[in-house]
Design a protein around this ligand. Structure first.
Ligand code: BTN
Length: 274
């Protein structure tokens, strides 16, 4: 039986390099057919001194990771799996702005390539309607109160057609599932990286106003009743806004505003949770 990968073109490094031209992300592009996790490899390269702008991209991950210790599942050759190594002059409390900026760059690239309009589910997911299209895993290291490096890992479902009704697939979707059209993954990767490069340039200089506003405008959870799962328990409240450092501000059941730095959010829709 033919597998999905028999129908999908592999990533084309020559096209990607040509498309990136003189971009920050063209200089050190690391490609693997299979790797445990692009974030793990990017981290190892960072520890060996790899430069800002290193990109690790893979067709398959054998131990792909999501937030909160979850696995990231992606059939070989179907989707986009990559990690960026950055060395920004940011305070640790501002690193999360980069997640926000990568989310916006990905939204804009998907819109340009496939005419789909995604929303952000705080803190790190891209959603189409009520289904997850992509996730970002942000990891960073700090030395003497300064950020040493940041790894931004993106998993974007391009061609994976999740089987409805099974586990996480119940709430997942892909560009192909939504459009019925095969999107060129190499082209999409180039679009994301080039757009991100521009936004990242601004973010590094602290010019985050436009991004902060857009992130709030595009945030799926705002104005909705939410439940936040923290290691210490659950908080119920109304999601009010995302602050300048990327934290979620909610009003809890007692009417007190709380600032949530990380956690898992579910939206209490009528009859179902997202
Ligand atoms: C999440 O939704 O929890 C984040 C998922 C992030 C997955 C990507 S795939 C590329 C990179 N390598 C990993 O191991 N994880 C990220």
């Amino acid at each position: 039986m033919k597998s999905l990968c028999d129908f999908i073109e592999p990533l084309r490094l020559d096209m990607i390099k040509m498309g990136l031209g003189r971009s920050l992300f063209a200089g050190n592009l690391v490609y693997r057919e299979s790797v445990d996790s692009t974030n793990t490899l990017a981290r190892a390269l960072a520890d060996q001194g790899a430069p800002e702008g290193t990109v690790v991209v893979a067709e398959e991950q054998t131990a792909g990771r999501g937030r909160m210790g979850r696995d990231w599942i992606s059939p070989p050759g179907a989707n986009l799996l990559f990690s960026l190594l950055l060395r920004p002059p940011l305070e640790p409390e501002n690193v999360f702005v980069l997640t926000m900026v990568l989310a916006l760059a990905t939204i804009d690239a998907i819109k340009a390539a496939s005419h789909l309009s995604c929303l952000i589910k705080w803190p790190n997911d891209l959603y189409l309607k009520r289904k997850k299209l992509a996730g970002i895993l942000t990891e960073f290291s700090v030395r003497e109160k300064s950020v040493e490096h940041v790894i931004l890992g993106l998993g974007l479902n391009v061609h994976w057609h999740p089987e409805p009704g099974k586990g996480i697939a119940r709430q997942a979707t892909s560009v192909l599932s939504e459009t019925g059209i095969r999107t060129d993954r190499s082209d999409l990767l180039v679009r994301i990286l080039k757009t991100f490069e521009v936004y990242y340039g601004h973010a590094k200089q602290g010019k985050t106003d436009p991004y902060y506003k857009r992130w709030n405008d595009l945030c799926l959870v705002l104005g909705k009743p939410v439940v936040i799962e923290l290691s210490s328990g659950e908080i119920h409240g109304l999601a009010l806004k995302i602050d300048r450092q990327g934290a979620l501000i909610i009003r809890d059941r007692k009417g007190t505003e709380q600032r949530i730095i990380s956690g898992d959010v579910s939206i209490k829709w009528e009859g179902e949770d997202v």
